[in-house]
Design a protein around this ligand. Structure first.
Ligand code: NAD
Ligand code: GLY
Length: 352
């Protein structure tokens, strides 16, 4: 098992390794003490892992309740968030108690937002079960739900008290969901530098998921420690996300977050190479790695449509858009461009 310590407004450990769900109760009790624990999970994860997690919590002395919502991004709404808050109130959870988010990024984001706001904030623990949640969303304290106007538009920063990533849970991930996590891993490789990127090129993910997840979390930890509230360096983590979120919106959320990030990252790599901001070889390596992971690299939407969707993204600053520009592997920077120029960037990146 690997442990990464995160330093933010709350300090906590991220533990990565096999078998952690079976022992989550005692690990959580050691950090939070015992009391009531509300486990929030989705309809796919519940039959797979809720019994294991709940039994471990009960053995450790927690009074456990479960809230299960229909799996999928379509549930990441104010309605489900409201249902979770009502469930916490009905079960009379107090500020001494705990919410446990068991599942992927949708569960972690939405349950985390409920924990951030119920009684003005209770503690919560992340038990990520997707690769994407393990390497990205369970760490760093961003919580949210979607609004009809866009992704993650209502939310809060609320750090977990502990993250336990049981790598055994990846064995039941459908290939498509596993690939979504690969997109965030490739993104992290581009940001973190040659060591991680070339490890991925050599195919280490399939053989050593624990090491790759831990390395991604280590990189994210370093960024969050410097800029927890996303006003500076943390914005780098949005590499590929401006075009990506626009693609998600244009698809009516039919395209998953991971695939959309892959499309956005590929487009940004092409544009940066076309503009001479990075060597052509850098873009070729990024595209090759995305393709090797089975991820899409084409943006199948019109540049004008995507640019309009990007202007409704929460990252917009007035009529300007912050973009993460690739200069090389391990060399990215944020550049803020006038919104009307984004359509040209997208066209250069291969949008229709
Ligand atoms: P998800 O939570 O919807 O999980 C994808 C699917 O996999 C779901 O159907 C789920 O039920 C299923 N699943 C989960 N674990 C499983 C397992 N072990 N075995 C079998 N099936 C399993 O989606 P996701 O890709 O994990 O996360 C995407 C979400 O994360 C998006 O809403 C995105 O906005 C958010 N996100 C947040 C951050 C952040 O920093 N907070 C970062 C990146 C992404
Ligand atoms: N996933 C982006 C962030 O945590 O800032």
């Amino acid at each position: 098992m690997r442990t990464i310590h995160v330093t933010a407004s709350r300090e906590y450990d991220v533990c990565v390794g096999p078998g952690l769900l079976r022992e989550c109760g005692e690990r959580i009790a050691a950090v939070c003490g015992t009391g009531a624990a509300a486990v929030v999970t989705d309809s796919t994860v519940a039959p797979l892992y809720a019994d294991t997690a709940c039994a471990s919590l009960e053995r450790a002395g927690f009074a456990v309740s479960r809230f299960v919502f229909p799996a999928g991004e379509a549930s990441k709404t104010l309605k489900t968030y409201d249902d979770i808050l009502r469930f916490l109130a009905e079960n009379r959870l107090t500020r001494a108690d705990l919410l446990v988010a068991l599942g992927g990024g949708v569960t972690g984001d939405m349950a985390g937002f409920a924990a951030a706001t119920y009684l003005r904030g209770i503690r919560f623990v992340q038990l990520p079960t997707t690769l994407l949640a393990a390497v990205d969303s369970s760490v760093g304290g961003k919580t949210a739900v979607d609004l009809p106007a866009g992704k993650n538009m209502a939310g809060a920063f609320h750090q977990p008290s502990l993250v336990l990533c049981d790598t055994d849970t990846f064995s039941t991930l459908p290939g498509d969901v596993f690939r979504d996590g690969c997109a965030e891993i490739v993104k992290t490789g581009v940001l973190a530098g040659e060591e991680l990127f070339s490890l991925l090129e050599r195919g280490a993910l399939a053989d050593r998921p624990e090491e790759i997840v831990a390395r991604c979390v280590e990189y994210k930890r370093s960024v969050v420690a410097e800029d927890e509230f996303d006003t500076g360096k943390r914005r780098l983590l949005n590499l590929g996300h401006t075009a990506g979120h626009a693609a998600e919106l244009c698809s009516g959320y039919g395209v998953s977050h991971g695939k959309a990030v892959a499309m956005g990252l590929a487009a940004m790599a092409r544009t940066c190479a076309a503009r001479g901001l990075c060597p052509a070889e850098t873009a070729e390596r990024i595209l090759a790695l995305l393709e090797k992971a089975g991820l899409p690299t084409a943006l199948p939407y019109g540049a004008r449509e995507l640019a309009a969707a990007a202007m409704s993204d929460k990252k917009r600053e007035g009529d300007r858009l912050p973009l993460v520009v690739i200069q090389g592997i391990g060399r990215c920077r944020v550049e803020t461009i006038p919104g009307e120029e984004f359509e040209t960037w997208l066209r250069e990146g291969g949008a229709l």
